[in-house]
Ligand binder design. Structure first.
Ligand code: ATP
Length: 247
């Protein structure tokens, strides 16, 4: 309580191709330095919500966003994705998109603003390699030869080079072993604690996500059907039955 949320999404709707309402009035908040998950089944509208926040949905490509999104007290509507990155909002898309022919170091450099001096870039690379020692070890291999987990780390590392205030991640655990999922969540926890970066992640792996976040929202069929402290959401019998394999 006290300080206003860093991100405040107010009753947004997303329509695809004029007809399909994929997001039907979603509202959610992320506190300063908060760690929040959007949980829910395939097709529930989680990825679409993240894309609306980062500005990747383009009306000219048939995806219209309505409603209000405020980040650090500023409305994001009308700002393109690079402007939102400059404000401190970065989005790691699903599927670990890295430049496969570049090394991890080159991938990180390519993610920095052109306005940074060399010293600043070096400090950011050092910081990233401290968080992801595995990437430092593989600094000379082309990213295409990294494991899936290492590529996910690199995708997150690239996003951190923009010095975000809020890091949004779409399915960071996808296709990774439980051990690697833990490793990535541990690193994200460190980034959150050491750099104060807030985290908003989309996860189908509800069990892993609920052990990591402070707050969670459950999305079903384009709507938020439940939200609250992670422990409360985790203890809910419906969540247990539908998402945590209990009953
Ligand atoms: P997933 O984990 O599969 O990504 P999700 O909860 O993130 O699920 P979305 O990807 O947001 O769900 O998709 C929500 C709905 O919108 C789905 O029915 C999907 O088919 C539809 N959809 C997504 N992208 C588009 C698009 N570009 N054009 C039309 N419909 C789309």
């Amino acid at each position: 309580a006290g300080s206003p949320p860093i991100l405040s999404v107010n009753n947004i709707e997303v329509v695809y191709d004029n007809v399909f309402l994929a997001v039907k009035g979603v509202s959610l908040d992320v506190a300063e330095g908060g760690v929040v998950a959007l949980l829910g089944a395939n097709g529930a509208g989680k990825s679409t919500t993240l894309k609306a926040i980062s500005g990747l949905l383009k009306p000219e490509r048939g995806a219209v966003t309505r409603g209000d999104i405020a980040f650090r007290g500023e409305s994001l509507l009308g700002l393109d994705p690079p402007d939102r990155v400059r404000l401190g909002l970065v989005h790691v898309l699903e599927g670990r998109r890295v430049f496969e022919h570049l090394t991890p170091r080159e991938n990180l450099i390519a993610a920095t603003s052109m306005h940074r001096d060399r010293r600043g870039v070096k400090d950011l690379i050092d910081r990233t390699f401290t968080w992801f020692p595995r990437l430092a070890e593989r600094a000379k291999a082309k990213a295409g030869y990294l494991s899936g987990g290492e590529q996910q780390m690199l995708a997150i590392g690239r996003a951190l080079m923009t010095e975000p205030k809020l890091l949004m991640l779409d399915e960071p655990s996808l296709g990774l072993s439980p051990l690697l999922v833990d490793e990535i969540f541990d690193i994200l926890r460190k980034v959150n604690a050491e750099a104060g970066v807030a985290v908003l992640l989309v996860e189908q792996n509800a069990a892993a996500a609920l052990d990591f976040v402070d707050q969670a929202y459950l999305v079903d069929n384009g709507r938020v059907v439940m939200g609250g402290a992670a422990a409360t959401v985790k203890a809910n019998p419906d969540v247990q039955a539908a998402y945590l394999g209990g009953g």
